[in-house]
Design a protein around this ligand. Structure first.
Ligand SMILES: [Zn+2]
Length: 87
């Protein structure tokens, strides 16, 4: 008798939808005077540099630093840095 393998592989990888998190207007207001960058993965999403660095949400690539808007953008950037690291 053979026992069928118990497949409890639950892959919940989401493609395309990186995050529902973006700095609010209050965040941006309280960050006045601080540097704000644009997330290279989620283009158009503002990133407060100091906040991103605190959370480790940045990458150094080719001598340039890129700030990411959320956790999900790290692996995406790592997977294809050249795609995002455009000058
Ligand atoms: Zn993101």
């Amino acid at each position: 008798m053979t026992t069928p393998g118990n497949r409890d592989h639950d892959s919940t990888a989401k493609a395309g939808d990186c995050c529902g998190h973006a700095p609010t207007k209050e965040d941006l207001a309280s960050a006045a005077g601080q540097d704000v960058a644009e997330c290279p993965v989620m283009v158009g999403t503002p990133v407060i540099k100091s906040q991103a660095e605190e959370l480790g949400l940045y990458r150094d690539h080719n001598g340039q630093r890129y700030w990411l808007c959320c956790d999900s953008c790290g692996p995406l950037f790592d997977a294809d840095p050249q795609l995002y690291a455009t000058a």
